[in-house]
Design a protein around this ligand. Structure first.
Ligand code: NAP
Length: 341
């Protein structure tokens, strides 16, 4: 199978492309920085069929670039939290999804996988999140762009287009071409503080997610496309369980202040107000604090039952993520503790 992939210079896309090529498939990549992409894949000994530099909003150009491909994997999205880039982030992400999916359909590709996000389903007060959870109404530009992209793709599924959708929770793990959001969070838990508050943190290992995407591409939609939505949550740990696990792996005590959830949410709301007055980039927002203090565990039952797959253990995922953070210079050997080297 020859797969046209977007987002292949990011954590999710790069690991998925490597899983596809390792399984004997070919990959053609839409990239903005071809030299960086070539370096990443050469470092991993992965042969790529072709690199394409078309603008992701140029549907006609994309369609031409997809000629000869049997499948589409669309993961590209800008994860910017910069309020000054809010409109651009929204327009790029929703526009890219429309252009990429539109091009693939026009090109006659009938095996399509779109990467959505747990965040489009999350609402405070839910006990759990699964594929039947209705779309939420997030307000942050990135989350909103993912939510509206998701709604657009659902519309295509309803028209009968054979699209499968994955909904990862936070994605962590090794071999990140840069330092993506959730791997950065692990670094921050270790080097800054791991707050002890309500709810917890859920992440899926990027290697398990990559295998899930390979599985979906090898097993295109049979029957109702609207059923082809898969939560990929991985392991949910309360903040206390995460502290215990990280301290066990690292071999030393972390900074773990106890913070009441209401205080965190109030701080998030105050930061949103401040950002309205003077736009500045920060991961702190009312929405982010709600994720931290009210996360509802995502159930991955549908995907696991369909594929027969199992997720790596939380120990393996966090252990390998910390080893990679250290090997790539994001953590010092001292910070990586027992995981160094
Ligand atoms: N990481 C997570 O925790 C997480 C959780 C849930 C869902 N997701 C979803 O998974 C997907 C991949 O995320 P990730 O973590 O791999 O992100 P990432 O590491 O930041 O990578 C983003 C990828 O999208 C590409 N991209 C962004 N804007 C583009 C544009 N205008 N034109 C072409 N390419 C563009 C980037 O290319 P450049 O290298 O050129 O910037 C990069 O390849 C996203 O759709 C995200 O919403 C991620």
């Amino acid at each position: 199978m020859k797969v046209f992939a977007t987002g292949a210079t990011g954590l999710v896309g790069a690991n998925t492309v490597r899983a596809l090529v390792a399984a004997g498939h070919q990959a053609r990549l839409l990239v903005r920085d071809e030299a960086a992409a070539r370096r990443y894949y050469a470092r991993h000994g992965v042969e790529i069929e072709g690199y394409v530099g078309v603008d992701i909003l140029d549907q006609a150009g994309l369609q031409q670039a997809m000629q000869g491909c049997d499948a589409l994997f669309h993961a590209a999205a800008s994860i910017s939290l910069n309020p000054r880039l809010a409109q651009q982030t929204y327009r790029n992400n929703v526009g890219a999804t429309k252009a990429v999916m539109g091009a693939a359909i026009a090109q006659g590709i009938r095996n399509l996988v779109y990467v959505s996000s747990y965040s489009v389903l999350f609402k405070p007060g839910l006990a759990t999140v699964d594929e039947t959870t209705p779309l939420a109404e997030p307000t942050e530009p990135y989350s909103r762009s993912k939510r509206d992209s998701d709604e657009y793709v659902r519309g295509l599924q309803e028209q009968g287009w054979p699209i499968q959708m994955s909904y990862p929770a936070a994605v962590v793990g090794p071999d990140d071409p840069k330092l993506s959001e959730s791997n950065y969070a692990i670094k921050a838990f270790i080097t800054q503080a791991l707050m002890q508050t309500s709810a917890g943190f859920q992440c899926v290992d990027v290697r398990d997610l990559a295998q899930a995407h390979r599985f979906l591409l090898e097993n295109p939609v049979q029957g109702d496309a609207c059923e082809a939505r898969y939560l990929l949550g991985g392991h949910y740990l309360s903040w206390v369980e995460l502290r215990e696990l990280l301290e066990r792996l690292l071999g030393y005590r972390l900074r773990t202040p106890k913070v009441p959830p209401g205080l965190l949410r109030g701080f998030g709301a105050a930061t949103d107000l401040a950002k309205r007055l003077i736009p500045f980039e920060t991961p702190i927002s009312a929405e982010a604090m709600s994720f931290i203090t009210e996360w509802a565990p995502a159930s991955s039952t549908r995907y696991l039952a369909l594929s027969g797959a199992q997720f790596r253990t939380a120990e393996q995922t966090y252990g390998d993520a910390i080893r990679w953070l250290c090997a790539s210079g994001h953590l010092t050997p001292k910070q990586a503790g027992r995981m160094a080297g």
